[in-house]
Write a protein that binds this ligand. Structure first.
Ligand SMILES: Nc1ncnc2c1ncn2[C@@H]1O[C@H](COP(=O)(O)OP(=O)(O)O)[C@@H](O)[C@H]1O
Ligand SMILES: [Mg+2]
Length: 474
């Protein structure tokens, strides 16, 4: 979900300066956002008029509940603002009131820092989701590339042309091909966003990430009583995509029985929910993607030939990054901007030599690998310029023959401590980040695999990523 980035800011409205300040520090430290403070609803309103606020965290301001009035006004000023209300523990009934007023979340006051940090980062994620539609609808802006796809090489400009034509035409299935990390999902979104279907939903379904037995009901939905536990009907993603675009990512991993059902949708333009008998008409454009060689899968009998031809009406091939090296500096700039946003101590980028080295590197993980590298460097070289010697070893041989770094290579972490002491939390946090990012890097952003490498439970890793606001590629 790291496609579009928004400026994120949180406004804390609380009358006790000391408590407010401590809370602000705690949030700033763990959540990637700007934190603003106000001591009263009146001041808060001024701040809301001046700044673009993503999330507001306010007390109720008893006895008149001016906090609730503030919510109302805030939502009028900015319909996408996400609100959190602090309610005194002994007045739980007011929480319901706050929710009725449109609060996204209620917290007990006095605030528990950890709880507040979690609520705030969730609220920011929700805000990101809300604002994405807006950004998606926007057309060309240089820093955003073509609907978020950066690239000025001839190959990419040709791709943008093709996307434009396809988007205008609106209906035929598209098969997006390209190595992992080349931006297949971005291309699918651009096809949707650039044409008339953008008024309806873009619905992504990752066929490799959803367990086989769930994928069918995810796609088609089910009727009440379809199986034990189906206490009520559930709408499938196909239906959400009605009038819009269904993005079937990693289609090469779809099992045979589902391939047959999908073929039917494409042919008949209707489908049946699991357990249902009445076909439901649906109008979707299917954009499918895979990093696999589908033709080979067809010849080996793993992918239906008829479905392959149905999907492959228009193939779009995204070139690997090593075939369009002139895009590398542009992408680096974009990612530096992204990861520096709202940072007090921004990463200053790469030295000229380091940039030359990066241009020579073959990028087997394509743009995703490049993005991960920049993210990592911007954490470890905050406030600095990174030279060749600062690059991870595998990037260093500048002759273009750099090999994958040995995964098992032992690493030593040492810190020098003098009389001034060290910031324990900061260092431990850095060390954690380093391990996590390294694991994610090695697994191409796959959290389950990364958790395995780290010997962590997947849920623990996900919680940490949220806490640290590390965005992964999926
Ligand atoms: N041309 C590009 N411009 C900007 N970001 C890109 C580009 N190509 C890929 N990315 C980013 O790289 C990551 C991987 O892209 P994704 O679409 O998931 O790749 P794929 O599905 O082909 O493996 C995402 O974070 C995406 O936003
Ligand atoms: Mg993908």
């Amino acid at each position: 979900m790291s496609m579009f980035y928004s400026l994120r800011s949180v406004l804390i409205v609380h009358n006790n300066a000391k408590e407010r300040g401590e809370l602000a520090v705690a949030i700033r430290k763990t959540v990637d956002c700007t934190v603003l403070e106000s001591d009263s609803p009146e001041r808060a309103l001024e701040a809301l008029q001046e700044d673009e606020i993503s999330v507001i965290l306010t007390d109720l301001f008893a006895p008149a509940n001016a906090g609730l009035e503030l919510l109302k006004k805030a939502s009028k000023l900015n319909t996408q603002i996400v609100t959190i209300v602090g309610v005194p523990v002994n007045q739980r009934n007011l929480a319901l009131e706050a929710l009725k007023f449109g609060a996204f979340f209620c917290l007990n006051t006095p605030y528990n820092h950890e709880e507040t940090i979690i609520a705030t980062s969730r609220a920011l994620q929700h805000h990101d989701l809300l604002t994405k539609g807006e950004v998606r609808g926007r057309k060309f802006r240089k820093s955003d590339g073509f609907h978020g796809i950066i690239g000025q090489s001839a190959k990419m400009r040709q791709l943008f042309n093709n996307i434009e034509k396809l988007a205008a035409e609106g209906d035929s299935s598209v098969l997006v091909l390209g190595e992992s990390g080349t931006g297949k999902e971005l291309v699918a979104r651009a096809i949707h966003a650039h044409g008339p279907r953008s008024r309806k939903n873009f619905v992504p379904v990752n066929c490799a990430a959803i367990p086989e037995d769930l994928l069918e009901s995810e796609l088609f939905g089910y009727v009440k009583g379809a199986f034990t536990g189906a206490n009520q009907a559930k709408m499938g993603r196909l239906q959400y995509a009605d009038g819009g675009t269904l993005f079937l990512d990693e289609i090469g991993d779809m099992k045979a029985s589902l391939q047959a059902k999908l073929l039917r949708v494409l042919q008949e333009k209707e489908f049946e929910p699991v357990g249902g008998i009445k076909p439901i008409p649906v109008d979707v454009r299917v954009v499918a993607a895979t990093h696999r060689d589908l033709e080979k899968s067809v010849s080996e009998g793993r992918f239906r030939e008829d479905l392959y031809y149905r999907l492959n009406v228009v193939p779009l091939q995204i070139p690997p990054l090593r075939k369009r090296k002139e895009d590398i500096p542009l992408l680096i700039d974009k990612f530096i901007m992204t990861y520096n946003r709202q940072k007090k101590n921004p990463f200053k980028g790469f030295s000229h030599e380091a940039l030359q080295v990066l241009k020579q590197y073959p990028w087997p993980g394509n743009v995703r690998e490049l993005e991960n590298l920049v993210q990592r460097m911007s954490i470890f070289f905050a406030g600095q310029t990174a030279g060749c010697e600062d690059l991870p070893e595998k990037y260093q041989g500048s002759d273009g023959t750099a090999q994958e770094q040995q995964a098992s290579e032992p690493q030593e972490y040492s810190v020098s401590m003098d009389e001034g002491g060290v910031d324990f939390n900061l260092l431990v946090n850095r060390f954690e980040n380093q391990l996590i990012l390294q694991a994610l890097n090695m697994t191409g952003g796959n959290k389950r695999e990364a958790a395995k490498l780290l010997n962590l439970k997947r849920t623990t890793l996900i919680e940490k990523l949220k806490r640290k606001n590390i965005q992964t590629g999926d």
